[in-house]
Design a protein around this ligand. Structure first.
Ligand code: 2HG
Ligand code: ZN
Length: 448
């Protein structure tokens, strides 16, 4: 690689080609601890033109490239395997003009979600996708993985927010769809194709994002319910009665106890319940009355309408992932099933864990409104994939998807056929070959 490193240095500057282990380490191990590998180098271009030139040089040298944003992905999509070159997009961190007429903003792929939020909120707008990784996740990575989060129940996932991308193909060609036209039917939707392609088809370098009005009156309720069936009853009521509904997340008593232990938080309620829901409404004026069903159906409720109080309630939910990761490297399965099936699906998962990996610690939580369940199993060694296999087969059996909002990455390639037909997978391979014939962009991710 050293000849290549020299040529790359001439493009991005010597300071932005990292080879020293101390400097590259942060780019080489993911948040879960499951994925890690030495990168041959970490290259940090500062412009789209530099991204093009870097990709052109890598193609010439036949070197595989792993595009990386905030490195907060959970499926190994942005973590190098030995010898791959990491293309860090973090320096493309410019927020460009906010178009108030279109309610859109153009951003570099490396803009961190939290920074975008602060920027657009000052101007009376908001960005519709939010999640616990907001302090590190970049918009480019979120688009590449089609990230979802708790507000997808109201606004949809990333794909619904991305009006266009500027993306560089492996051979340096550029797709530049940043006009933001919402009505634009001149041919295939290349933006829609690239969003969610996990860096396997092109490198997203800039994005045109849709914004939503900032809704200043936000009310969050933490509600204890006896079981998931009651949770679904509440969800049904809210769908009919609460036009300002934006989140219906949930977790279980076990996860709550673990979060409180680790973070020294008080238990929210006096009595134990099996299921806890985080319900949120947001509107221009106080939407509290739309939450009437929560008080009627929950056994205990805590409500907050100020920033700190809301964050305190969300913490019980948002800290689940970090808390269980501290207990050990988890078997992490982000899946979705039809909403009505969540209770039976969970019972099947519990039975599978008891049968295959007795003694393992099971965490179930997620975004109930989308049927998005985060299954995390801590304890069994990672090379024992029986529980992963069993859970994903259950997902398929219930008509769900093996990847809801995190992507396929390296983690789930062997199970893709549980969610896509052989014809569909063959079409995806055709597209991959057409756009990246040398197989240099994030090889093995998604398609194996
Ligand atoms: C969340 O909803 C994230 O907290 C992470 O999507 C979930 O790691 C997980 O299982
Ligand atoms: Zn999630």
């Amino acid at each position: 690689v050293s000849g290549l490193a020299e040529r790359l240095s001439r493009v991005v500057g010597r300071a932005h080609v990292l080879e020293d282990e101390q400097l590259t380490a942060a780019f080489e191990r993911d948040f879960t601890g499951r994925f890690a590998g030495r990168a041959s180098a970490v290259v940090r271009p500062g412009s789209v033109a530099e991204v093009r030139e870097v990709l052109r040089l890598c193609a010439e040298a036949g070197v595989a490239v792993v595009p990386q944003g905030g490195h907060s992905g959970l499926v190994g999509g942005g973590t190098p395997r030995d010898g791959e070159l990491v293309l860090s997009l973090r320096r493309l961190d410019r927020i460009e003009e906010l178009d108030e007429d279109a309610a859109q903003v153009t951003v570099g792929a490396g803009v961190i979600l939290e920074n975008l939020q602060a920027h657009v909120r000052e101007r009376g707008f908001d960005f519709a996708v939010d999640h616990a990784g907001r302090g590190s996740a970049t918009l480019g990575g979120m688009a590449a993985t089609n990230a979802g989060g708790p507000y997808a129940v109201r606004y949809g996932s990333m794909r619904a927010q991305v009006a266009g991308v500027e993306a560089v193909l492996a051979d340096g060609r550029v797709v530049s769809r940043l006009s933001g036209l919402l009505k634009d039917n001149a041919g295939f939707d290349l933006t829609g194709l690239l969003v969610g392609s996990e860096g396997t088809l092109a490198v997203i370098a800039r994005l045109r994002l849709r914004l939503v009005p900032l809704l200043p009156a936000r009310v969050t309720a933490l509600a204890a319910v006896p079981d998931l069936e009651r949770g679904l009853e509440l969800l049904r009521r809210l769908r009919a009665e609460a036009p300002s509904l934006q989140a219906v997340d949930y977790f279980h008593a076990h996860g709550l106890r673990r979060v409180c232990e680790r973070h020294g938080l008080p238990l929210p309620f006096r009595a134990d319940a099996d299921v806890y829901l985080v319900v949120e409404c947001a509107a221009r004026r106080d939407p509290s009355d739309e939450l009437a069903a929560v008080a009627e159906l929950a056994t205990e409720t805590a409500v907050a309408d100020d920033e700190r109080g809301r964050a305190a309630l969300w913490a019980y939910r948002e800290l689940q992932n970090e808390t269980l990761t501290a207990l050990g490297v988890p078997h992490k399965l982000d899946v979705s099933v039809p909403v009505a099936r969540v209770p039976v699906f969970e019972r099947d998962v519990e039975a599978a864990v008891a049968r295959l990996t007795p003694g393992a610690e099971l965490f179930l939580y997620g975004h109930l409104g989308d049927g998005n369940v985060h299954v995390n199993v801590v304890g069994p060694p990672l090379d024992d994939q029986r529980i992963d296999e069993a859970v994903l087969r259950l997902v398929a059996g219930h008509g769900g998807s093996i990847s809801a909002e995190h992507g396929v990455g390296l983690a789930k390639t062997e199970w893709l056929s549980l969610s896509r037909t052989p014809d569909e997978i063959a079409i995806m391979r055709d597209l991959k070959r057409a756009l990246d014939p040398q197989n240099l962009l994030n090889p093995r991710r998604v398609l194996g």
